[in-house]
Write a protein that binds this ligand. Structure first.
Ligand SMILES: [Zn+2]
Length: 268
């Protein structure tokens, strides 16, 4: 500032200062990690009697034993808050006419009603409930408003109408691109962050998120004690748990535990 001249003060570039401030705000998020919390909603997580809570809501499409990973999910949510890690939360958000729903479902391509929009079943369980999130609804047309918000929102909720977040919300690619890259300190180019993916169900929506991120060139780590699979798909050779984990490893996905993520973050 000591060499500021009148010419500098009149420089039209000075007018872009507010954007530079926005960039700095963005850079305050953890530069190396983004967390992806997949579908940890009441309809998938809670039968309604696991935790001894009277009159608790009974989930419509519960992943057997999903409640047992909630302590790990809570650990990850707190870790993200503590280390200022941006969290992308995906959520099934269905209407009665959703293609995924059927009266006589085959439990592979179609399922009974679950996570209907604006219902209790579509809410996140307390372990992952995002604070002050920016919601991006698959039904909205709000492209013009996304840019700035994506750089500022600590929690983003992607509401989707399909198993695959990248197919079920037309803004998912834009969001992934915005949250998974970090501008380099020298201002030239960007570096990709690493996605830590957890939630339910391992062999459906988590699989789509993991493989979708890999296909887009992002590094992915999965804490395997913070995911839960649908056991009825174990009979399907490509969808059983071991087949999914092997596929991920062959695709370059790193597998660890929630404690492993904690340790990784201590080093970075
Ligand atoms: Zn669904």
């Amino acid at each position: 500032m000591t060499n500021t001249t009148t010419a500098d003060l009149l420089n039209p570039l000075a007018k872009i200062k507010p954007y530079a401030e926005a960039d700095r705000a963005r850079n305050e998020f953890h530069p190396q990690f983004t967390f992806w919390n997949i579908d940890t909603q009441f309809d998938f997580m809670r039968k309604g009697n696991e935790l001894g809570i009277p009159n608790e809501y009974a989930g419509k499409l519960v992943v057997e034993g999903a409640y047992t990973i909630e302590p790990k999910l809570e650990q990850l949510t707190k870790l993200a808050a503590r280390r200022n890690i941006q969290v992308i939360n995906t959520a099934d958000w269905h209407r009665a006419d959703s293609a995924e729903l059927a009266k006589n479902p085959d439990f592979v391509n179609t399922y009974p009603e679950h996570c209907m929009m604006l219902t209790k079943g579509a809410e996140y369980v307390p372990a992952t409930k995002p604070e002050f999130p920016m919601y991006i609804d698959w039904q909205e047309d709000r492209t013009a408003f996304l840019g700035d918000g994506l750089q500022r929102a600590k929690n983003i909720v992607l509401l989707k109408d399909k198993f695959d977040v990248f197919a079920g919300n037309k803004y998912a690619d834009q969001v992934a691109c915005a949250v998974m890259t970090q501008p380099n300190p020298d201002g030239v180019g960007t570096t990709n962050k690493r996605a830590v993916v957890y939630g339910v169900a391992t062999n459906v929506c988590v699989d789509y998120a993991v493989m979708g991120l890999r296909e887009r060139g992002y590094n992915v780590t999965v804490p395997t004690d913070a995911i839960k699979h649908l056991p009825h798909l174990e009979a399907t050779p490509t969808l059983n748990l071991q087949a999914i984990l092997t596929k991920w490893q062959n695709a370059g996905v790193a597998l660890t535990t929630t404690s492993g993520i904690e340790a990784l973050l201590k080093e970075n």
